[in-house]
Design a protein around this ligand. Structure first.
Ligand code: FAM
Length: 434
């Protein structure tokens, strides 16, 4: 049976001529035009990035390698006795675009198990950090500390041909991804459980081992698998993916690049929104002495937030124009496993009330919930009440997508990213007002 790396190489060889042809024969064909509003407005909607890992349709939501979330979950081999697929099989799928067989999946599981041990100095470095450091800062630092393990850097310095750079990028990415769950779980148990790490179980798959190292019983293993897959990729323009790819485009290795992506994810308009949702909801409950608010009280709280100039966390999206299918996938899980959970009931009520309030407010282009409106509730239910930790879970999942992207970026020889900037004077000249 061919290894994932061999299958990937075959795919790379198939894709390379497509890039060469597009560049050589059709390089001057226009994909898009850029307006002043787009240049000032965060390059919204400008088609200027390339990625085959996933695509985000505003109306339909994300497709991983052409498959919707439901199709992805249905197609991939499942962990025996579990309702969700192996994360390792999803990695195979994102990298190659092919759904792996159970045997191919188990081969990746074994490969990842061998790559899993985290160098001891990473844990020592984490222990030396102040305990009140945000867990995202800890994660970013732990990843960058591991940079000394980078094969990519070593082999680049030895003088490697450009066409082969994908190979050590693949090795670094697999090593990093295999170790991230242990690092994330270590941060959790260091910060919130009195420095009582639980060693990895070498027999378990990535999601199962993560739940084990967190010290949380099933079905949290399935929560981990679902959560990591759902958060993996959302096409390429979002801050964490774009940052990782941008840094890697300067031929920085996977450790530097992903650490930078983690820093981007820590913004409250991006990955930190899942922590903000819980903080916002808990804030309301506290004001009501733990009582669930009525719909009228919730609407009033939404207006209070909007009128004080803040955003409603977990609502709106830069690309999506409907309820995020990642929100719906988690809702399905909640309906099955925690339909009576108090916070879940509140999230459901918010889903009923918030879109109308946001529509009436009239600013957000998309009044519907995104992935972050729901995810904290599930974590809270299974005992992770330290909501500042939620974005770390997002980051472990996001690693799958961004690392797949930077392997392919090196495989297809995508160059250093370097868009052009203009001055306000220049824009006024173009607009004819100066
Ligand atoms: N609450 C209040 N106002 C909102 C809003 C929300 N949830 N979403 C958008 N707006 C405002 C936005 O601030 C902007 O106001 P100004 O004109 O005063 O600048 C206006 O509506 C138009 O924004 P937009 O075009 O609809 O959205 P953007 O593309 O500018 O921003 C988000 C997209 C996600 C940053 C924005 O919707 C937001 O701040 N949402 C709350 C934070 C959040 O949930 N982020 C997580 C996004 C998630 F998918 C992820 O990355 N993990």
């Amino acid at each position: 049976m061919p290894r994932l790396k061999d299958v990937l190489f075959k795919k790379i060889e198939e894709q390379r001529p497509r890039v060469t042809r597009l560049l050589k024969e059709f390089g001057r064909v226009e994909l898009d035009r850029v307006s002043i509003a787009q240049a000032i407005g965060g390059v919204r909607g400008v088609k200027c990035l390339v990625s085959d890992i996933s695509y985000l349709d505003p109306e339909e939501g994300v497709r991983f390698r052409g498959k919707t979330i439901a199709e992805t979950f249905a197609a991939l081999p499942r962990v025996p006795g579990s309702e969700y697929p192996f994360v390792e099989g999803f990695w195979y799928f994102l990298l190659t675009g092919e759904v792996p067989t159970m045997d191919q999946t188990l081969q990746v599981v074994k490969d990842f198990q061998a790559r899993r041990p985290v160098p001891g100095y990473v844990f020592e470095a984490l222990r030396a950090m102040p305990r009140d450091l945000h867990p995202m800062a800890m994660l970013s630092a732990a990843v960058v500390v591991m940079q000394r393990e980078s094969l990519f850097s070593r082999r680049y310095n030895e003088g490697m041909s450009k066409g082969d750079l994908w190979d050590p990028m693949y090795e670094d990415s697999c090593n990093l991804l295999a170790r991230l769950p242990a690092i994330a779980a270590f941060i959790y148990r260091l910060k919130y459980k009195g420095d009582t790490p639980i060693p990895s179980d070498p027999e378990l798959d990535l999601g199962g081992d993560f739940a084990h190292m967190m010290g949380i019983a099933p079905p949290y293993d399935d929560v981990a698998r679902m959560y990591f897959i759902l958060h993996s990729d959302h096409e390429s323009g979002n801050v964490s993916t774009h940052t990782t790819r941008l840094v890697a485009s300067a031929l920085a290795d996977a450790y530097y690049s992903f650490s930078a992506g983690v820093n981007g994810l820590s913004g409250p308009l991006h990955g930190l929104a899942n922590q903000e949702v819980l903080r916002w909801i808990q804030g309301k409950m506290e004001k009501l002495d733990g009582r669930i608010p009525t719909e009228e009280e919730l609407a009033a709280y939404l207006w209070e937030t909007l009128n004080s100039g803040q955003v409603i966390p977990g609502y709106g999206h830069a690309v999506l124009r409907r309820t995020d299918p990642r929100f719906e996938a988690q809702m399905e899980f909640c309906e099955k496993y925690l339909p009576d959970d108090k916070l879940y009931r509140l999230v459901k009520m918010l889903y009923k009330v918030a879109p109308n309030v946001l529509r009436e407010h009239g600013k957000a282009r998309n009044p519907w919930p995104n992935v972050d409106a729901q995810s904290g509730v599930i974590q809270w239910h299974y005992g992770i009440t330290q909501y500042e930790y939620y974005t770390v879970l997002f980051a472990v999942g996001r690693a799958i997508g961004v690392l797949a992207n930077i392997i392919w970026d090196r495989a297809l020889g995508y160059p250093l990213e370097r868009p052009k900037s203009v001055t306000l004077d220049m824009m006024e000249d173009v607009a004819g007002i100066r």
